[in-house]
Write a protein that binds this ligand. Sequence first.
Ligand code: PYC
Length: 312
Amino acid sequence: MHRITVIDTHTGGEPTRVILAGGPELQGDTLAARRECFRSQFDHFRRAVNCEPRGSDVMVSALLCPPIDASCVAGVIFCNNVGYLGMCGHGTIGVGVTLGHLGRIAAGRHVLDTPVGKVPFEYDGRHTVALENVASYRAAANITTQVAGLGKITGDVAWGGNWFFLVRDHQETLELHNVPRLTDVALRIKAALRQQGITGDNGAEIDHVELFGPPQHPGNHSRNFVLCPGGAYDRSPCGTGTSAKVACLAADGKLSPGEIWRQESILGSVFEASFQQQGSAILPRIAGQAHVTAEATLLVDDQDPLAWGVGG
Ligand code: PYC
């Protein structure tokens, strides 16, 4: 029997499963090299933790590993039901709150080592984490794509730690009851981008689609629906997606450095974002809350025909 110790949290509704023990020993001199080792040699472990019957298509896991840089509080590699994420904003908030829950960090400033760089964060000692995301930028504005069943859709391509296509001009209602339709629309847009060769830099696949609309709460600036790579929607406002949004607002001169942008999710949960300019890119700051939902040991029984997960 293989035992995996985890702590589950949710950040504005989106789950994060932090893997504390029982994970693979990853080789590599950088977190990016270790993620490659994870992907090439231990992908069955990712499936066991994230996919059914222990996980679901909405689960994001964070494998804790020793940091390369000893000044960092931990190394972390994010993965989900279909693969590996560059960065994960809601997941970073979940990791911060988990480390606080375990007594491994106190309130204050800490740094995580990730495959896409160092991610500093501020922990309030309770439920709030404010992270300084990797440099984010808009790669292309007003790109029009012909989408099957929808016609022409125009959006921006931006990097916020993952690649996003951000769409404002659509006819959809951003309400929870409309999630099946929103998922279908976002999947069609993603397919159109792929077919028409619209990518991020260096041909990178745009694997997140983000639709925007007016907020429901008057204190917020916008509401979003974010489709994640595995086909599930982000229950939170999406930390990397909010970073990509803020990069577009900054590029359009609609948000100034230090000004607050309150991004509401399809559930109504909120991330508070701001940025500092760094050359032609921005450094986003994303703040949100996470809550612990479980301390658990996952069991993987080699006698079980579905021991290492279904699908993925
Ligand atoms: O919060 O950055 C995020 C994220 C990415 C995928 C799911 N959540």
